[in-house]
Design a protein around this ligand. Sequence first.
Ligand code: SAM
Length: 345
Amino acid sequence: LQLNHDLPTQAIPPMPTSSELLKMYNVRARKQLSQNFLLDPLITNRFVLCGAKDLAGHHVCEVGPGPGPITRSILQRKPERLTVVEKDHRFLPMLKYVADVSNDRMTIVHGDILKYDLSQCFPQELAKDWHKASPPFIVFGNLPFNVSLPLIFKWFEQISRKDGMFKLGRIPLVLTFQREVVERFLAQTGDKQRCRLSVSAQNFCDIDYKFIIAGGSFVPPPKVEVGVVKIVPKKTFDINLPFKKIDYVVKHTMHRKSKYCKHSVKTMFPPKRSDLVDEIFRKSGVDPLTRSNELENLHFRDLCYAYEEIADRIPNLRKVDTYGENEWSKTYFDANGNAKDVLFE
Ligand code: SAM
């Protein structure tokens, strides 16, 4: 894939490539940190094009830049500003190399993206109302999979509350995930991969599957294929509740996803409270003999809203966050499933 030369690009002055810098600084990928680098400019350019054709006027953030191969492709597209957040200090000198030729357009943050508040990277005055177009901001990231999943859950929570960086509007994200995870994001009712992730992802975001990167394109190559997705928060959510509340109901309901949902929905309630199980099905209108992975997002909406009504009435119900066994209930409920007074947490 070639860069489209009709669009404004800025050549980076001749300098060592990311792979030469890795050799110069004698930095090796840390396998235990899943550091797999994308050193092919054809792929990094294609990755960046997934964000926007033209980055002029955009404020961009890259999470986990490593030695900077994606960073260079971003800078070539002339964004207004680029902030990179990298945890591993060994990459800082290499990133400084890139920043030095960026005409003061690049800021390096040495930090952990799971703790860093990304809203600092974007100018407040360019924020856009949630129901309008996205603001001129983009986040890119090729992160280790053990970081990208907790991060997307954190972002789903922020999207559901329109806080964190999403208080500035519907900021698009261009991210890599294991191909298998991308398939779960997109899985529809009845698909084998449909799971808890599918319901929340589709509730909060439009997810555009851009392309697959073969494991062999990374240095060192991971054992799995990698999918690139563009994720844009939706203007309105079918289930308009905080992510954690939705995830609680979906997690339980999807627990045994090929069984009738009455078996899994029951695990949200104390034993001997079949009255509450009957109530959630009655209120939601969901058929208890539907298999969990046959439920549509709108069924989950009705289950979530019905659960909210019940949990508002029954003390301690929300304290529970385990599914399957009923061990937890001993702390919060008596043998008949009535809430105990719990004074100390
Ligand atoms: N973006 C580079 C590329 O595509 O070649 C590097 C990708 S490598 C898979 C992931 C990068 O994320 C590494 O540089 C790693 O140090 C960084 N990283 C891992 N955990 C991080 C965290 N919690 N916060 C910020 N960066 C992190």
